[in-house]
Ligand binder design. Structure first.
Ligand code: FAD
Length: 281
């Protein structure tokens, strides 16, 4: 394992309640001790969390931390997106995670989604190089992709439009990531593609989410997790062990950092980072 402090980032989602917000504040303070390069804040499908995402991002920024709000066009006008980006720029925010997003449930056909490469080009057109733009990448391929190579083609288009780095959908097979990196390299992509890491705490939720987003839980893992049933302590221990091992393999193999889907929780990420030799201040 490398001794250098590899780049690290943490993703939050905007909580719906005051209690959730308070907990997020405490989570952020604890995770900040691990010296992440930035925090990111998700954007609900169709812009449904627009104000909350903005407020949390501004709050993180006002604490002196680097933050990347996620953004998609949703159903918003170009002017509304420009206004939001101007608010971010004025607050000293200089990163965005630029996405197409998905349709909010029940909105089938009522909203035209704007592809991420077009959003990246739009931001670049209006804000030049002010924002470092991170985009999504899919080592196990986006569920709507026409083919493996087509998905890589569109990833390259996001970089051609001005993205500076990609963060991947989570995966549990390091080989899927290495193969994807090889294919991206062959397609002429040389920007960093940072693995997104999803800790395991609840098998049912993970299985449901994974089947929607096209991430695969390897059979040996799902068999073992199913067998633990309601024994949450065993799920927790297995999750920590397998995800720590995955992270170690990724870093040893030269991954350009790790991005954690925190689910607004300190644990088990703090234990995984400690296993990787990364100590909090
Ligand atoms: P795109 O890059 O537009 O790709 C979508 C699909 O269309 C792919 O199959 C691609 O091959 C194809 N494609 C791409 N460009 C074109 C084009 N110009 N013409 C034709 N086909 C094209 N969702 C949220 O709602 N909020 C979030 O905050 C959020 N954060 C995320 C963070 C990360 C790191 C990741 C990996 C995903 C995140 N998502 C989020 C999920 C994401 O919005 C969905 O996976 C969505 O379905 C695709 O978004 P995208 O930006 O990858 O889309």
């Amino acid at each position: 394992m490398t001794d250098e402090a590899w780049p690290l980032s943490f993703e939050f989602f905007p909580p719906k309640t005051e209690a959730g917000l308070e907990k997020l504040g405490a989570t952020r303070v604890q995770l900040a001790g691990f010296q992440p390069g930035f925090f990111s804040v998700t954007y609900g499908a169709g812009g449904s969390t627009r104000d909350n995402t903005r407020d949390i991002a501004l709050d993180i920024r006002s604490a002196g931390l680097d933050v990347a709000p996620h953004l998609s066009f949703g159903g918003d006008s170009e002017q509304a997106v420009i206004d939001l980006l101007n608010t971010y720029k004025t607050a000293g925010i200089s990163r965005i995670v630029a996405l197409r997003g998905d349709l909010p449930s029940g909105m089938g056909g009522a909203m035209q989604l704007v592809h991420a490469n077009e959003l990246v080009a739009f931001i670049h057109q209006h804000f030049g190089n002010h924002f470092k733009m991170h985009v999504a990448a899919y080592p196990e391929i986006h569920p709507e992709a026409k083919s493996y190579q087509d998905d890589i083609y569109w990833l390259k288009e996001k970089f051609n439009a001005g993205a500076t780095a990609a963060i991947t959908q989570y995966f549990y097979s390091a080989d899927a990531y290495w193969y994807f990196l090889d294919q991206c390299q062959q397609a002429g992509i040389d920007q960093p593609i940072v693995p997104g890491i999803m800790p395991i705490t609840n098998f049912q939720n993970l299985a449901r989410f994974s089947s929607n987003c096209g991430a695969e839980i390897p059979r040996w893992m799902s068999q073992q997790l199913q067998q633990y049933g309601d024994d949450l302590e065993s799920v927790r221990q297995f999750g920590i062990e397998t995800v720590s091992r995955l992270c170690e393999q990724l870093l040893d193999g030269g991954a350009p950092g790790l991005h954690f889907y925190t689910m607004n929780q300190v644990e088990p990420i703090s234990t995984i980072l400690t296993n990787l030799g990364r100590e909090a201040d």
